[in-house]
Design a protein around this ligand. Sequence first.
Ligand code: ZN
Length: 233
Amino acid sequence: MHTTALVLFSGGQDSATCLAHALEKYQRVETVGFDYGQRHSVELQVRLKVLAKLRAQFPQWAGKLGQDHLLDLAVLGQVSETSLTREMAFSMEHSGLPNTFVPGRNLMFVTLAAAIAYRRGLEVIVTGVCETDFSGYPDCRDDTMKAMQLAVSLGMDRRFLIETPLMWIDKAATWQLAQDLGGERLVNLIVEDTHTCYLGDREHRHEWGYGCGQCPACELRRRGWERWHEASA
Ligand code: ZN
């Protein structure tokens, strides 16, 4: 029976939902975030706000939520030419992947998370990767995560579990999961304080939260919100 977890927490809708899931399920939960020279540091600011609000508004979780770790991964900006880290327009590449793809990013995230989990004595690594409703990033696939679980467990001689609560659900179901875990209060927190927009837009407020409303990340978040409301109407 696992009781401790480390959540990869970026400050977005998906990872905030995963964090709530972990707080509901485990006794001790820590978080890790990565600063890799994102074009906008909005994500890094909102993640602290979300953590503070979770502590303040969910007394049943506050005592379980431990240390937050922020790792400097500027090196990712050096090895990738993507629209996440450079001033480039979004487009699709010949590979069929959007140019927001940073090759190997999640592999690196999981490896570093496992190193922290090892040091902190945490058994489960929780990540919001999703194969169902995403841009087709190959490092978000279930097989990739299973391979990573094996690699870090063998390589660190510690049996880690990589848990992916969102792997087989779409964005509408992700909103529903937040509702199930923390009710309207959690949904409101996610709408108001998590950030998904690639452009770092915190000016335009929509029903589903802040964002430019145009980029692929906003699009996905909006569509999920709409489908969720249609389904529950
Ligand atoms: Zn956007």
